[in-house]
Design a protein around this ligand. Structure first.
Ligand SMILES: *Cc1c(COP(=O)(O)O)cnc(C)c1O
Length: 448
């Protein structure tokens, strides 16, 4: 019934050989090309008769793949890169070959069971109760939106007369919070941080009390960030959680990048207060060595999320049997079992290996900060709290930073685009890759 021809088998060997080669060797950095340039080289790849597997693979491996920057290159320190473990990447091949449906327990029980154990590890690290649970969604943006929609539903129950809702967060919070507010048609109450960039519980309490006293708006959720994407700053989770719960408001923690370090004892105390979260997110595709795309979204009381997100239709009602269906906990229905590569790597290596890899990246970040401190031309923007090292170059304007960064990529040394802080151009190293060595940082710093 299954027609696996010699041609398909030959292609399978080619695909596996390419994948093995990519996993075994240092990844190339590579870089973007224009659409016109790519078209000039490969033309229109969609044809009536098809290119054939061999040729289509060739187009990808020899041209298209090289026009993509490898996020796992040890000197790709841009934005928040990604460094999937070999095991996680290998298991992604298995997921691809398995036609797993991750939306319902009925169809994907074994896969969902495994994903839930990986979610349990994160939930336990955060100190949430046994009843907590959630789902892997595409990314932090969808995770934040899904949680905030549940938060508003809860607020509506408590305050049926409210005329307008607001989400409270810091001025440093991630752009996805504003996007979520726009989609939800709610306002954003941006609260100033202390001078060190941390949002404090006292500032949150004051800003919300003032809003409630002077307008008919009500805050439906407070978002704390741990840590911020630009500088890795962790908000005052304890104080913000108390401010939220004293006022009966949902407490969401956006830890897309930083909460990965819950498994690192050296920084665990920075996250004190996370145990009071009503919901939180962390992206295994950022700093937990998993491939794109996977965000762990966890609720203290998942049944509240199910009541909001569960889809009802005649053809779906057979699935409403009380079993745990991942579709019920976020804005999605059909879903890839995207948590499985993370689960496999975690199950195979054990959690101690995660702690070790995490501590290693933090140590390299500390050493990178030392190099910056010792450099006559460089100045730290702030002391790194996690694994982001942000700094300025004395005497440089925005153009100098951009030219330097462009040249770094053109020379295939590294990928470090400039960012900004308080209106000033800065550079930052986001170190999430256990293969990034201090000699890699030296190589970059030497060019400054
Ligand atoms: C990256 C990030 C997000 C968005 O996550 P995506 O997976 O890119 O959608 C949200 N919040 C913070 C703090 C982040 O660092």
């Amino acid at each position: 019934m299954h027609e696996f021809t010699a041609e398909v088998e030959a292609l399978a060997h080619e695909v596996l050989a390419y994948s093995l080669d990519r996993l075994k060797n240092d990844p190339p950095l590579d870089g973007p090309r224009t659409s016109e340039d790519l078209f000039a080289e490969v033309g229109n790849t969609i044809t009536a008769r098809g290119l054939g597997g061999h040729q289509a693979l060739e187009v990808f491996t020899s041209v298209l793949a090289k026009a993509c920057i490898s996020s796992d290159h040890p000197r790709n320190l841009a934005f928040i890169p990604s460094a999937p473990s070999e095991y996680a990447n290998l298991f992604d091949l298995v997921v691809g070959a398995s036609a797993l449906y991750g939306g319902s327990w009925q169809e994907g029980a074994g896969a969902v069971f495994a994903e839930n154990q990986a979610l349990r590890w994160l939930s336990d690290l955060a100190g949430l109760p046994e009843s907590a649970g959630g789902v892997f969604v595409q990314g932090g943006t969808v995770g934040n939106l899904s949680a905030l929609v549940v938060a508003r539903a809860e607020a509506r129950k408590k305050h049926p007369d409210a005329t307008r809702w607001a989400i409270a967060c810091s001025q440093e919070s991630h752009s996805s919070i504003v996007v979520a507010a726009n989609i939800m048609d709610v306002d954003v109450l941006k609260i100033s941080t202390a001078t060190d960039g941390k949002l404090m519980g006292s500032a949150v309490a004051q800003a919300i009390d003032e809003l409630h006293a002077t307008t008919s708006k009500r805050v439906c959720a407070i978002v704390a960030t741990s840590g911020t994407t630009n500088l890795g700053i962790i908000d005052d989770l304890k104080g913000i959680g108390s401010a939220a719960h004293e006022r009966g408001i949902w407490f969401h923690v956006d830890g897309a990048y930083g909460l990965a370090a819950l498994c690192a004892p050296s920084v665990r105390s920075h996250f004190d207060g996370i145990e009071a979260a009503d919901s939180f997110i962390v992206d295994p595709h950022k700093w937990l060595f998993a491939p794109y795309d996977a965000c762990a979204l966890i609720y203290r009381e998942p049944e509240l999320a199910r009541a909001v997100h569960s889809q009802h239709a005649s053809y779906l009602d057979t699935l409403k049997d009380g079993a745990w269906s991942p579709s019920d906990y976020a804005i999605h229905l059909t879903r890839r079992t995207r948590g499985l590569p993370f689960w496999f790597s975690l199950a195979a290596h054990g959690t101690d290996a995660y702690t070790e890899a995490m501590e290693h990246t933090i140590t390299v970040a500390q050493a990178a900060a030392d190099l910056v401190r010792a450099h006559p031309n460089l100045e730290l923007v702030c002391e790194p709290e996690l694994s982001i090292v942000a700094f300025t170059r004395k005497g440089w304007g925005a153009k100098d930073y951009h030219n330097w960064s462009d040249q770094l990529l053109a020379d295939q040394v590294g990928f470090i685009p400039p960012s900004s802080h308080n209106g000033e151009t800065i550079l930052r190293f986001a170190i999430v890759n256990p293969w990034t060595k201090i000699s890699d940082i030296e190589m970059i710093v030497d060019r400054l």
